[in-house]
Design a protein around this ligand. Structure first.
Ligand code: NAD
Ligand code: IPM
Ligand code: MN
Length: 364
C-alpha cells in the first residue's frame, strides 16, 4: 500500500526547496502525498501556526516532511502564535524525542568548508539531539513583572531519567551501526540536569552498551573541539539546546547549512515503526527567500533519510545520495557552496540536476 506522506512546506525558502523534493518523490513513486500548512503560512490562513487538523494528519501519516518556518513578518506576534511554535508543537505532540542530525562532508565539498580541507575531508558525524525536553519545554517559563518595576524572563532546564535514557539508547544503537563511539555532551560542571544526564548515560552504557566506547564532554569544549578536530567524533548525544547550537556549528563543517538534513524520531511501536518527521536543519532564510537561490540539498537529503529510516527503501535513498554526490562532483552548486571559478545555479536548476543524475544512475 502507498505510504502516506504529509508535506508541510512552511515559510520562506521552505516551499522553494520542498518543490524540488516533491518532483523527486513523484519520480520515485509509491507515496500518497498530502500537503498542509505550518508556521507563518498556517497563521495567515487559520490564525494559528499549527491547526489541530494538520496535527491530526501528521499523527496519521507514515512520515512528515517539513520545509522551514518563520520570518520577519511574524516576528512580533505573541509567543503562542509564532511560526516556530507550530514546529515545536509538532515535535512535542508527535513525541519526536530523538533528532538525528548527520554532518557528512561530500568529497567534492571538502574545499567549500571554511575549515582546512584536511580537517573535514571524509567527516561523518551523527549528532543526536534530544528534542522534546530541556529548556525548550521546561516549566516554569514566561515573562513576569516584578514589584520593583523590573521584568523577569524565565525558562527552565529540566530532564527526567526516562527522557535521558531513551535518547541515549538511540545514540548507542546508532553507534553500533557506525564506529561504536558515543560522546555525551552536557555541562555537568555547572548544571544539575547535566550531572543527571552524565550519570544516566554512563549507567545505561555500563548495563547495555559496554561494547560502545563512551566519553563525556562539556558543551563549551565540544563546540571548540568540533572546529578544532571534528573527526574525533562519531556519535554525539546531547540535550535540546546544546544540540541546536552544536548542529549549526557542525553544519558549517560540511560547507553550508543548506546541506544538513535531519530526522526526528519517536518511540518504536509494536511493529518496530517510529513516528517521524524529516526536515532540513536550516531555517526559512528570509535573506534569500523568493529568489531561487536556496540550496535544496538539505531538504532532498532529508527525504532520503525518510526513505531510509521510515520506509526501508535503501536503494532509492542510496540513489538520491549518489545523485547529489554526482551533481556536486560536476561542480553544479548553489551560491552557498559555490567555489571560485564556478557559476552558481538556482534552486530549480539544482533540482533539475539531481533528477537528471538519478535518471542517469538508474539507467532510466
Ligand atoms: P536560517 O537557517 O534561516 O539562515 C541562516 C543563514 O543561512 C542565512 O544567511 C541563510 O541565507 C543561509 N541559509 C539557510 N538555509 C540555506 C539554504 N538552504 N541555502 C542557502 N543558504 C541557506 O537561520 P536564521 O536566519 O537565523 O532564521 C530565519 C528564520 O528561520 C527565523 O524565523 C528562525 O526562527 C527560522 N528557523 C527555522 C528553522 C526550522 O524551520 N527548522 C530552523 C532555523 C531557523
Ligand atoms: C531548528 C530550529 C528550531 C529550534 C526553531 C525554529 C524552533 O532552530 O530546528 O534547529 O530551535 O529547534
Ligand atoms: Mn536551529
Amino acid at each position: 500500500m502507498a505510504k502516506r506522506v504529509l508535506i508541510l512546506p512552511g515559510d520562506g525558502i521552505g516551499p522553494e526547496v520542498m518543490a524540488q523534493v516533491r518532483r523527486l518523490l513523484d519520480r520515485i513513486g509509491g507515496f500518497s502525498i498530502d500537503e498542509g500548512l505550518v508556521g507563518g503560512a498556517a497563521y495567515d490562513a487559520h490564525g494559528t501556526p499549527l491547526h489541530d487538523d494538520t496535527l491530526a494528519e501528521a499523527l496519521k501519516a507514515d512520515a512528515v516532511l517539513l520545509g522551514a518556518v518563520g520570518g520577519p513578518k511574524w516576528d512580533t506576534l505573541p509567543f503562542a502564535d509564532k511560526p516556530e511554535r507550530g514546529l515545536l508543537r509538532l515535535r512535542k505532540d508527535m513525541d519526536l524525542f530523538a533528532n538525528l542530525r548527520p554532518a557528512l562532508v561530500f568529497d567534492a565539498l571538502a574545499g567549500a568548508s571554511t575549515l582546512k580541507t584536511d580537517l573535514v575531508r571524509g567527516l561523518d558525524i551523527m549528532i543526536v539531539r534530544e528534542l522534546t525536553g530541556g529548556v525548550y519545554f521546561g516549566e516554569p517559563r514566561g515573562i513576569e513583572a516584578l514589584p520593583n518595576g523590573e521584568r523577569r524572563g524565565v525558562n527552565t532546564q529540566v530532564y527526567t531519567t526516562s527522557e535521558i535514557v531513551r535518547v541515549a539508547r538511540v545514540a548507542f544503537e546508532l553507534a553500533r551501526k557506525r564506529d561504536r563511539r558515543v560522546c555525551s555532551v552536557e555541562k555537568a560542571n555547572v548544571m544539575e540536569s547535566g550531572l543527571l544526564w552524565r550519570e544516566e548515560v554512563q549507567t545505561l552504557h555500563d548495563a547495555d552498551y559496554a561494547d560502545v566506547a563512551l566519553s563525556h564532554m562539556y558543551a563549551d569544549n565540544c563546540a571548540m573541539q568540533l572546529v578544532r578536530q571534528p573527526k574525533q567524533f562519531d556519535v554525539i548525544v546531547t540535550d535540546n539546546l546544546f544540540g541546536d547550537l552544536l548542529s549549526d556549528c557542525a553544519a558549517m563543517l560540511t560547507g553550508s547549512l543548506g546541506m544538513l538534513p535531519s530526522a526526528s524520531l519517536g518511540a518504536e511501536d509494536a511493529d518496530g515503526r517510529r513516528k517521524a518527521l524529516y526536515e532540513p536543519v536550516h531555517g526559512s532564510a528570509p535573506d534569500i527567500a523568493g529568489r531561487d537561490k536556496a540550496n535544496p540539498m538539505a531538504c532532498i537529503l532529508s527525504a532520503s533519510m525518510m526513505l531510509r529510516y521510515s520506509f526501508d527503501r535503501t536503494a532509492e535513498a542510496d540513489l538520491i545520495d549518489r545523485a547529489c554526490q554526482e551533481v556536486l562532483n560536476a561542480g553544479i552548486r548553489t551560491g552557498d557552496i559555490v567555489e571560485p571559478g564556478m557559476t552558481p545555479v538556482g534552486t530549480v536548476a539544482m533540482g533539475d540536476a539531481v533528477l537528471a543524475a538519478m535518471d542517469r544512475l538508474s539507467g532510466a
